[in-house]
Design a protein around this ligand. Structure first.
Ligand code: ZN
Ligand code: ZN
Length: 217
């Protein structure tokens, strides 16, 4: 039986997501966690209601007819990244928002080695923050590091533990400048995560630091 999700989106992040103020990479992580977590979905509903009430009290800004036409035209456009038909061989084990984003399942991902069996795939997002999939083989570790900004790590499969806690499927770790950690995948199953950062990580060992520019991590 799957363990319940124990690590959730903070109020601050949920509010920013509701207001549409997060970088694309962070919004993607939020959308994927929300698709896995009824608790956060309910909390988001509350924030959306508050945001809507604030909007209702604001003066209505007149839209010119051009922008209305443009909006209506957009409604007819296919949603970017949504597969037009289900591919029979793609038995998606990825949450829907992520499968839609990368246009397929894990088989559609182009992995690059980071050494020691750890792999990453950088996802296309705008450059305000970056998003990547991380594949950590069972029992292996990501080099220990601290953070220059915010790092969001959402477990999709398997589990890892670090100095903070254990993180299983659906769990979201929110790290900032104060956190130094070394995520280690649990024995038995590889851990696949979706991670987003708004600033480069700060590696403690020399080799990962030297390789950093090549991996854009
Ligand atoms: Zn949650
Ligand atoms: Zn980290």
């Amino acid at each position: 039986m799957q363990m319940p999700i124990r690590h959730h989106i903070s109020d601050q992040l949920l509010m920013a997501y509701s207001a549409g103020q997060l970088p694309e990479a962070f919004s993607l992580v939020m959308a994927v966690h929300l698709s896995m977590c009824d608790e956060c979905k309910a909390r988001l509903g509350a924030f959306d209601a508050v945001g809507g009430a604030v909007m209702d009290r604001c003066d209505v800004v007149a839209m010119d007819t051009g922008s209305l036409a443009a909006t209506l035209a957009k409604l007819d456009m296919p949603v970017k990244g949504t597969p037009s038909q289900a591919l029979p061989h793609v038995q998606s084990s990825l949450p829907a928002p992520l499968a839609d984003y990368i246009g397929g399942d894990l088989s559609a991902v182009k992995w690059r080695s980071l050494g020691a069996g750890v792999r990453q795939a950088i996802l296309p997002t705008d450059n305000t923050a970056s998003a990547r999939l991380l594949y950590i083989p069972a029992g292996k570790a990501v080099p220990d590091h601290s953070h220059r900004g915010t790092e969001l790590t959402l477990v999709l499969q398997g589990a890892f533990h670090d100095e903070i806690d254990r993180f299983g499927p659906g769990d979201l770790e929110i790290s900032d400048e104060d956190i130094n950690h070394q995520p280690i995948a649990e024995a038995g199953e590889a851990c696949i995560c979706l991670a987003a950062t708004d600033a480069p990580l700060r590696f403690n060992a020399l080799v990962p630091r030297l390789l950093q520019p090549f991996f854009r991590i």
